[in-house]
Unconditional design. Structure first.
Length: 319
């Protein structure tokens, strides 16, 4: 698979992703092209289910790049100059756990490399790459048309489920899609309408520009139409507010959920790797590491980062 074919496959995935969200179609591997879908089902190709991160990781097959790609270039440790320098990343707070783990392992492998990460939100991270203040933008949403037109490239690394959470004392166990839309549309205002106690619903969400908010609202078909009592600037802030507020409901990446909150089922399904993979749980967001231009056009350090993330070492870290 050459660079163009890889790019086309990712663009195809993105188009299917948007179409599925807008139509509220089951969000599963059927959106991939036949080659990607078959690879995912055999777990030997571009997609691999991560048990630890509960995500789907894209992995470049060994030996599939051309002579201009990552696999066939001279790699550190094979007689070349030792890898050194600094990688600057900025973006999604939802990607913090996965990215921190990858960065720590990468720096252990290459002691002369520093990975500096600022968790500023998806849109801010993409903007940082466009402005030249970051090498990689971490985004939990797909790139917009204008961002792509400006030369930004969407390097999809994972799909992560988005959990709908309430405070631990809430007796409600699950919601339907219609009920969830009613809550965030302002039509359902009290938990007693959903079989819970007589308690006002406090809607918590992310700030404008958040990739997780984009994914959640797109899933509901309510982009920029949701009503929020509290808009938080990080996934951790959402978690803390929901945990501390009776009657609160919020959303965040599954990987960041703690025992401080209660996760609700949606249409009888709970979020998790298998549920996302099979399409039974339908709220998820992409994890993107955006670059200005294709990976093959980046400097050696950035190329080596992606070779690590997409390779066996990256998969082992995530697991």
């Amino acid at each position: 698979m050459n660079d163009k074919e890889t790019s086309d496959a990712m663009n195809d995935f993105n188009q299917r992703y948007i179409a599925a969200r807008r139509a509220v179609i089951a969000q599963d591997l059927r959106r991939l092209n036949p080659m990607q879908r078959q690879a995912a089902m055999t777990t030997e190709g571009p997609l691999l289910l991560l048990a630890g991160a509960e995500a789907l990781i894209l992995s470049i097959l060994a030996g599939c790049e051309t002579e201009d790609g990552i696999r066939n270039r001279e790699r550190p440790g094979s007689g070349s100059t030792p890898l050194s320098g600094t990688i600057h990343m900025a973006g999604s707070t939802s990607m913090e756990k996965l990215t921190d783990a990858l960065a720590e392992s990468f720096m252990e492998k290459y002691p002369d490399v520093r990975v500096v990460i600022r968790y500023t939100g998806s849109s801010a991270g993409i903007a940082a790459v466009a402005e030249g203040t970051a090498d990689i933008g971490l985004s939990s949403r797909s790139l917009g048309q204008e961002e792509r037109a400006g030369g930004m490239v969407e390097n999809l690394v994972a799909l992560e489920g988005i959990a709908v959470c309430v405070d631990a004392g809430n007796p409600v166990e699950g919601l339907t899609e219609e009920q969830l839309a009613g809550i965030y549309g302002g039509k359902i205002r009290n938990w007693s309408q959903l079989g819970g106690g007589d308690l006002p619903i406090v809607t918590v969400g992310r700030e404008a520009g958040s990739g997780t908010r984009w994914a959640f609202e797109t899933y509901l078909g309510m982009e920029d139409q949701c009503t929020y009592a509290n808009e938080m600037d990080s996934a951790g802030a959402v978690l803390a507010r929901v945990a501390a507020t009776p009657g609160a409901v919020g959303y965040l990446a599954v990987d960041l959920v703690t025992e401080d909150v209660k996760v609700l089922s949606l249409e009888g399904n709970v979020p998790g790797g298998e549920a996302v993979r099979e399409g039974s749980y339908r709220i998820w967001s992409p994890y993107v590491m955006a670059t200005m231009g294709e990976i093959s056009g980046q400097d050696m350090l950035i190329q080596e980062w992606f070779a690590f993330v997409y390779g066996q070492e990256g998969r082992e870290v995530a697991e």
